[in-house]
Design a protein around this ligand. Structure first.
Ligand code: SAM
Length: 234
């Protein structure tokens, strides 16, 4: 179970309404029972259920069962698309161990406002279901040009460019190159010529083909993370 409170030996963890409903209504847990909790910072803890009421509940941490497992320093930056597909991208990025998820508004991005809190809740659910101890932060949506204006070149960009479709994928030249990375995936309409030209001028950006076909943005995000992990581990 994901909780927001700090976790530590003997630490009380009051439950909110949604957690009470889930634990006692859906999962049929009751006082005296035990469960595993994490908050994305303090590892995973065994907690006992001290109070299980209709409107409230209280857990108490007993012992740490796993240390925090930080994933490698990989960000997934993607142009938001339709709601369900954007949800899919966030869920898969959290499952696959992205450290940060950044919605970027590119020139051809059509989607409207990004609901950051809803996406963050998807990231939490994904971390819960895959037994992770870490939850990636979903950042506020940012314009690609502004993001690149203040880009720290120490973080390399795996720029997935649909214009490179059909080329052999460009991962060999990033193999073994540890350090912070960010994957960049474009919207349905792909990147504009000026975005492409700008990224190609950046020393820290590495243009990558994802193979012989143009993939949907959500497929591309999963494929890119898989290829990155294969080249750089974890
Ligand atoms: N029209 C489709 C859609 O509606 O989803 C295709 C979208 S594709 C243009 C979206 C993004 O996926 C691209 O901007 C790029 O980042 C990535 N992508 C898809 N296929 C790719 C490929 N073969 N090589 C590199 N990147 C690719």
């Amino acid at each position: 179970l994901y909780v927001e409170q700090p976790l530590g030996e003997g630490q009380p963890v009051p439950l909110d309404k949604a957690q009470v409903h889930y634990l006692f209504g859906v999962m049929r847990q009751s006082a005296g029972g035990a469960l595993l909790v994490f908050n994305g910072r303090d590892g995973e803890w065994l907690a006992t259920i001290e109070e299980a009421g209709k409107r409230g509940g209280l857990l108490r941490c007993v012992e740490r069962t796993r240390a925090l497992q930080m994933p490698p320093d990989l960000w997934l930056m993607f142009a938001p698309i339709k709601k369900a597909r954007t949800d899919f991208i966030v869920e898969k990025a959290a499952e696959m161990g992205a450290r940060r998820i950044v919605p970027v508004m590119t020139e051809f991005t059509n989607s409207g406002r990004v609901q950051r809190e809803r996406l963050q809740a998807h990231a939490v659910e994904a971390a819960e279901q895959c037994g992770g101890t870490f939850v990636p932060e979903v950042a506020e949506a940012v314009r690609l040009d502004r993001l690149l204006d203040r880009w720290d070149g120490a973080r390399r960009i795996m720029f997935c460019d649909e214009a490179r479709v059909g080329e052999t994928h460009g991962l060999p030249h990033i193999s073994g190159d540890a350090g912070p990375w960010a994957i960049l995936i474009g919207p349905e309409g792909g990147f504009s010529e000026s975005e492409r030209a700008r990224l190609e001028r950046m020393d820290c950006a590495h243009v990558v083909s994802l193979g012989p076909r143009i993939l949907r943005a959500d497929t591309a995000a999963v494929a890119a993370m898989t290829l990155w992990q294969q080249a750089l581990g974890d």
